[in-house]
Design a binder for this molecule. Sequence first.
Ligand SMILES: Cc1cc2nc3c(=O)[nH]c(=O)nc-3n(C[C@H](O)[C@H](O)[C@H](O)COP(=O)(O)O)c2cc1C
Length: 377
Amino acid sequence: MNRRIFLKKGMVTAGLLLGPVPLLPSCARNLRSELMVASPMPGGSTLSREAWQILHHASLAPSGHNTQPWVVEIVSETEWIIGSDAKRWLKVVDNTNREVLLSLGTFIENLVQAAAATGFHAQVDVVARDRFDTRIARVNLSRMAPADIPLNRLASRRTVKTNLLARELKLADVTAFSRATKGNLYYFPRGTRHCDLMEKEAIDNFKLQFDNQKAMEEAAIWTRLSDTEARKFRDGLTTDGMEINGISGWVVRHFMDKKDVTGTTFREKGIEKTMKQAGEGAGWLVITSDGTSVKDLIECGRRFQRMALLAREKMIAIHPMTQALEEKHGQKNIRENHKPEMMPQFILRVGYLEKYPDPVSLRRPVDWFLARSGTFL
Ligand SMILES: Cc1cc2nc3c(=O)[nH]c(=O)nc-3n(C[C@H](O)[C@H](O)[C@H](O)COP(=O)(O)O)c2cc1C
């Protein structure tokens, strides 16, 4: 082992063993606020400022592994086609494109809300019939009075994985979530049998996925451990997005690379972190869909996002833990322990927060996901 590798291994182990510690002054930076400041619209764009604003806010939507699987074709000022970018599909863990369509649903919901806030009604028609189609939905915009929707609601939402309180969700909050998801919601509070099952499945299937070399290689492709990579791609899972903070975050950013993601240290620390997280919070939410067509999944993604935006206002953390729906073992156990006809699409850990943290995950600028006419057909 040469000196550099020895030093790197020592630093990585030491850093990860220290675990999350309070942010050091030198570690306290937020790439999102640094890269995605104020006016994101570059000069020379052919888009109107309003269109730019709508698409920028649409792109703040969550997506599995932060792949941002959207592409937008501007047919005219008032007609846009939302496409699915095949280069951004997760072919190992999401080989049916279920999560791609849920993620496109979250993007569409943000788009509709941002359009309304900007003074446009966005009529969305899902045109895809097959989950592998690349033309997904047609959007037609027409002028209306701006709706009372603060754009900051879209900009300040994030996935939150730590510091979830155990206090049970209030009935009024669960009822509001149920309304946002049109009744397709189950809440399993901590201490119930179903909550224990969700916790066990989250951990067991996370472990299974860590033992699946192909799944880990795919995850490694979407990790952006160093700041250089994060700045270059503006997508994927950054160290901050994975909530590897403080000294650990500094060590990972400077000394780890994609090869380490499939190694034992990452696995052991990942499992330890997942076990701790899965045991925290007010329990679990499950969002189901009406069916499994493209339209059903887009609609389910939209409902999830409506709920997630509401959760932001209520200081409630939402943490999707999807492995149980990706692995056959988890799918079988969840089906057997609930109604067989139940179609779960999101498994979410929830909990009130004392303080809602600033968003940190990155997004590509709008012009990076614009397609020239017909290019994603
Ligand atoms: C369909 C879907 C599945 C997801 N699955 C997971 C997951 O299993 N574990 C996790 O930590 N986050 C998961 N997420 C959250 C994403 O990683 C997150 O949205 C993305 O990194 C962007 O970060 P943000 O939500 O803070 O903007 C999922 C999100 C979506 C939409």
